[in-house]
Design a protein around this ligand. Structure first.
Ligand SMILES: NC(=O)c1ccc[n+]([C@@H]2O[C@H](COP(=O)([O-])OP(=O)(O)OC[C@H]3O[C@@H](n4cnc5c(N)ncnc54)[C@H](O)[C@@H]3O)[C@@H](O)[C@H]2O)c1
Length: 413
């Protein structure tokens, strides 16, 4: 049985899902194929993802293939209640998510999804798989495997694997090539700035934006911020991305030095306490602090409270901390992932590719021989198929290798 905020919102949810669907041609073509072939007939899928219109279209594709799907939220602030209401009315779907639910409710909803005894899990942050390994080992024998959508989830699953305790295969959707390019780079790049602008209505041109962490996600954000006219400073701990940032033309500085220069700070490292007391002590009056990393640990919130006391809500999703010396710091979305909490997450056309990878990965786990336990890459043919379908939807045609080229490239002499 679903647990949602208000089933009367279902019509509005259907409109929102249809709007996203129009931007998701790859998923739509997969949905049509799955509806004809029904390869997931009888499969139970548990999903812990952001409960948004795009996710609803992923769920619809899995339902079309014959699966039963139970869904809960990977982040309580990202849930679109109207989408949850609409999805809960689809045959074969149950939804356990309410926007703004407490952490206890979130845990109950994760448990409710796990109680459906999923054969395949879809995670964005590894909550389902970690909880199953910690508390429901009885389900592991029936589990064909799972997929993971984000870096921070893979960090947890690889830590489990390193201890020899990961007992099912996991496909690292997050590391597929199409995902890296589209989701992290273009998707998070645009949507993080969109979330910050919606919350603050700042003009970025001429401002100094400090991006902390220059993985594929941070790089996308840095490039988009520069495109909007900002001066961008990058902070890193790894020489390779730091060099990449420098060659890309960004200023690279230690975070403590950047702290005194930035107008907007964006953390996107996956690591805790990246901005802490020593940084707050140097920041300018009016600085904006936003986090695009998966968990709300990158900005040290206890330290911020210690420095600024109880914050004042100055706009929706903007909490202002008064440091008592004429400086105020503005924290967005309570330090939660800003593109989802203050914006709408990635545009649907970006999630189209991520979720096409998810659908093909579920089909792979359900159809193929059981993979050994461990974190696996998404098979390259899935990656290529998603890129091919996307290009087809854009009407883009490719050249083909000639026979002679193929022979040449296959020779060792
Ligand atoms: N908001 C979104 O929609 C979204 C999308 C994709 C990924 N993410 C999240 O963003 C985070 C980063 O993802 P990624 O895929 O780019 O990860 P990544 O691991 O590839 O890159 C993170 C970078 O941060 C650097 N870093 C780590 N600690 C640091 C520190 N203390 N100071 C400076 N740099 C530091 C690392 O060296 C690395 O280059 C993860 O939490 C991921 O889950 C969010």
């Amino acid at each position: 049985m679903s647990d949602i905020a208000d089933s009367a919102l279902a019509d509005a949810g259907r409109d929102r899902i249809a709007w996203a669907d129009a931007q998701m041609p790859v998923l739509r073509s997969l949905r049509e194929r799955l509806a004809a072939e029904r390869p997931l007939e009888g499969l139970t899928v548990g999903a812990c993802l952001h409960v948004t219109a795009e996710t609803a279209n992923l769920v619809r594709a899995l339902l079309a293939g014959g699966a039963r799907v139970a869904l809960c939220a990977a982040n309580p602030l990202a849930t679109q209640d109207e989408v949850a209401a609409a999805l809960a009315q689809e045959d074969g779907a149950e939804v356990h998510a309410r926007r703004g639910e407490s952490l206890d409710e979130l845990a109950e909803h994760v448990a409710a999804v796990i109680d459906t005894a999923p054969q395949v899990t879809l995670d964005d942050g590894a909550d389902l798989l970690v909880t199953i390994h910690a508390a429901r080992e009885d389900l592991l024998d029936g589990l064909l495997g799972g997929t993971e959508e984000t870096t921070s989830g893979l960090v947890r699953l690889r830590a489990l694997e390193a201890e020899g305790r990961l007992r099912c295969p996991v496909l690292a959707v997050n590391e597929a090539r199409t995902e890296r390019v589209f989701n992290d780079h273009y998707g998070t790049g645009q949507s993080t700035l969109d979330g910050i602008l919606r919350a603050t209505n700042l003009l970025l041109a001429g401002r100094t934006v400090v991006v902390i962490g220059y993985g594929p996600t941070g790089k996308g954000i840095a490039l988009r911020a520069r495109g909007a006219g900002a001066q961008v400073i990058v902070c890193e701990v790894d020489p390779l991305p730091a060099l990449d940032a420098r060659m890309e033309g960004f200023e690279v500085l230690p975070a403590l030095e950047a702290a005194a220069r930035g107008d907007v700070f964006i953390t996107v490292t996956g690591a805790p306490g990246v901005l802490g007391a020593e940084h707050f002590a140097r920041m300018k009056d009016g600085a904006v602090l936003a986090n695009a990393g998966h968990f709300d640990v990158e900005i040290d919130l206890p330290a911020l409270r210690e420095a600024g006391g109880e914050p004042r809500a100055v706009r929706p999703l903007v909490e202002q901390y008064d440091l008592g010396d004429g400086r105020r710091l503005n924290l967005l979305a309570s330090g939660r992932v800003v593109n989802l909490a203050a914006g709408e997450g990635h545009p649907a056309s970006v999630m189209d590719l991520s979720f096409a990878l998810q659908v093909l990965s579920v089909e792979h786990l359900a159809r193929e021989e059981r993979l050994p336990a461990g974190v696996h890459g998404v098979p390259p043919e899935i990656d290529r198929e998603v890129a091919r379908l996307k290009l087809a939807s854009l009407g883009v045609e490719l050249d083909r290798l000639t026979d002679e080229q193929r022979r040449y490239l296959g020779r060792w002499e």
